[in-house]
Write a protein that binds this ligand. Sequence first.
Ligand code: GDP
Length: 493
Amino acid sequence: PASSSPRHDQADARLLGGLLSPDIDEKSCRSRYASSQYRRPSPFRPSSYLVERLRRYEARHRRCGTGSPLFKEAVKHLRTGRNAARSECQYAVWTPFNGLGNRMLALASTFLYALLTDRVLLVHAPPEFDGLFCDPFPGSSWTLPAGFPIADFDGTFTMTSPTSYKNMKQAGAIGGDHHLINVAAEALPAYVFLDLIQSYTGAAFCEADQRVLAKFNWMLVKSDVYFATALFLVPAYRRELARLFPEKEAVFHHLARYLFHPSNDVWGIVSRLYEAYLAGADERLGLQVRVFPEVPVPFETMYGQIMLCSEQERLLPKVAQDNGAARPNSTAVQPRDGMKKRLTSILVTSLTPDYYERIRGVYRSNRTDTGGHVAVHQPSHEGAQHTEARGHNQRALAEIYLLSFCDRIVTTAVSTFGYVAHGLAGVRPLVLLRSPSPETPAEPPCVRSLSVEPCLQAPPAQHVCDVREASDIGALVPYVQHCEDVHRGVKLF
Ligand code: GDP
C-alpha cells in the first residue's frame, strides 16, 4: 500500500519515483540526489514496469560490466575477429558525435535500444566527454576501459566503413539481403557498426534488420539523433515500449533523468549559479537563443522575433508606459501594501552576449507595469561552439541543467541543446520558429510545443519495411506527429 508520510514522500522524490536506484554513494555524485530539490515535482511518473526493467538492467550491467569475467571473455572474442555463437552478455558501445545536445539525445536512444534488446551499454569517452557525467549504473562503470581492442573510433567508424551494417548488407558480405536472417551467428564478424548519423537512420529499423543485428554480440553505435522515436515505429518493440512508457510524452524525460547526472565538477557550477541567479525568484524564465552558423539570422531579426513571441505569449514582464525619464527600478517602485515585490529571473543562454545585454538594458531603464522586479542573467558567452574542449562542454551542460530548472522555457527551433533542456525539465517549450528568410522574423514567431519529447529530425525513410514508401511517417501510429520546428521530423506525444 502506498504510504504518504512526509518522509516517504521525500525519499520518493529524491529517487524520482523509483527511477533511481539508491545504491550509489551520494558523495560520488552530488547532483544525483540533489537535483529534485531544485525542480518542481515532475508531472510524469515512471511506470512500475520501467522501474522493474531498470533494476534488471542494472543487475545485468553489474554481471557483464567491465570488471567482470564475462566482459573479459567477450573482449577475447572481439579480438579474434569472429562473433561467438552464444554469449551470455551482449554489448552496445556508444561513441560520441557532434555537439553535446546531439550526444545526449543519441546516448539516451542507445540506452533505450540496449534496454529493449538486452544489451549492456558502454560509453567511449574521449577526453572532452570524460568527466561530464557521473556513472549512472550502480556497482559498475559505463566507461570503456583502457586497453579496449578498438581504439581509433573516429578512423574506424566512418560512412564508408566496411563494418557498417548498411555497407555489409550492400556488399552482400553477410550472404546477401535474403539470407541475412539465416546466417549462423558464428559466421559473422566480431562486431557490427550501426551508423545512425543524420539521414542514415533508415538503415537499420526494419524487423528483418533487427533480427540480424541481434546476432552480433558487439554493436558499435554512432549517432547524433534521437533515434528512440524510430524504435516506437518497429512493430516488434511496440508492446514492450507501451508497457515501459504508458506516457509517450515522457520517454526522454525519464531516460535523461535516469542517465544524465552532472559530475561533481559540473554540479559545482550549476549549484553556484542557481543560488546566484534563480534561487530567490518567484518565476524562472529560461530563454535559449541559438543562432546556427549555417543560418546566420541577424541580431535585430532574432531579437524582434523574441519580442513578438513575448508579446504573443505574455512572456517577459511588460514595462510601464509612463516611464518618462528613465529611473532606476528601486526608487521608481514603492512596495504596495508592504507586500514583497515579485521577482522574475530571466536566464538567457546563448553563445553571444547581445540578447542578454539588450534585455537587461530594457529592465535597467524601465520599471515593469506591475511593479515587480526583473533580473536578467547569462552564465557564459562562449562565442563559438568548441565541442573538442572539456571545459566548454562542462559549461554547456551546466547551462542545459540551469535551463531545465526554469518554470517556462523558450527554445530555438532545431536546437538539440534546447531539446535536452526542456526534456529534462518536463516542460513543453515555446519554440522560436525558423524563418524562411533571415531578414524577417518567422510568422508566427513561436509556438507551444505539443510535447516534452525531442524531435527526431531525420526520420527513417522506410522505417518499417512492409509499409509503402510513400506513406506519411507522421500519420502511422497515433502517438507520433511531425515536429513544429522541423516539418519532416517526427516526435512522440
Ligand atoms: P545544437 O547544435 O543547438 O543542436 O546543440 P548541440 O549541443 O548539439 O551543439 C551546440 C554546442 O554549441 C553546444 O553543445 C555547446 O558546446 C555550444 N553552445 C551552443 N549554445 C550554447 C549556449 O547557449 N551556452 C553554451 N555554454 N554553449 C552553447
